[in-house]
Design a protein. Structure first.
Length: 241
């Protein structure tokens, strides 16, 4: 295991604790103008989220409406159902439905559910996910933020079996080993470069979970455009089983 990855895993709770945990649940509030821009203002919402920590499966239940969205990579299927269980929308092999999409393309309900599903699952399972078979993680040159903070960087490459924004992504860690930033460019959104900032780390049943995420456009020199925030995520009531 890469030395930086070993430090990061230990700082976030240790491999033994991650291996024995099975599920993470949280009350998660999504915000920002991105959802309306993609034609899904209904995704600017608060959801009860349950993520499987050992396979790519996640479930959202929207507060107020009870609408349920589920994504399971084993079946490669996303579904959206009403509170009474009736099917509203679904997609099998959802990634293929984004072929030809640009940053301006509008999304169907099931496409938005897929994007939010796999993305949120990643955020909740990282950095444990970096230890999975087929995932490669290696330290590269450090990065200095505009405020002078220096962070160590992991370059992580995921196998085709893991649905993610981009096959290879960058993860930035402070001196203590806490995750502070992620860089990627979602292929389902025209590969728009993103700098995703992480804060508010809290310990829950032995695991360290960030509770505040702010997603910005990333410029060519890797610096973020902080003038606006397309997507926000705020976690509360985090529980581990």
């Amino acid at each position: 295991m890469d030395a930086l990855l070993a430090k990061v895993i230990e700082r976030h709770g240790g491999l033994d604790r991650w291996n024995t945990a099975s599920t993470l649940t949280t009350r998660l509030t999504y915000g920002g103008p991105f959802w309306a821009f993609k034609g899904r203002p209904d995704f600017d919402s608060t959801e009860l989220v349950e993520a499987d920590l050992h396979r790519e499966r996640i479930r959202h239940v929207q507060e107020g409406t009870g609408q349920i969205t589920e994504y399971d990579s084993d079946t490669d299927r996303v579904t959206v159902t009403a509170a009474d269980g009736s099917l509203i929308d679904e997609l099998t092999n959802p990634r293929s439905s984004f072929a030809g999409h640009t940053q301006e393309s509008q999304w169907t309900l099931a496409q938005a559910a897929y994007f939010r599903g796999y993305a949120t699952w990643h955020y909740l399972v990282e950095p444990y996910l970096f230890t999975w078979p087929g995932v490669e993680a290696h330290e590269i040159e450090p990065w200095t933020e505009e405020n002078g903070e220096s962070w160590r960087v992991l370059r992580v490459t995921f196998p085709e079996s893991v649905h993610t924004h981009t096959d290879t992504q960058l993860y930035y860690f402070d001196d203590s080993g806490l995750l502070r930033r992620m860089d990627y460019q979602p292929v389902v959104n025209g590969s728009s470069p993103v700098a995703h900032y992480v804060s508010g780390a809290t310990e829950v049943d032995g695991l360290v979970v960030p509770t505040r995420r702010r997603i910005h456009i990333r410029q060519e020199d890797r610096t973020p455009d902080l003038s606006w925030t397309p997507i926000t995520l705020d976690l509360a009531d985090v529980r581990i089983r």
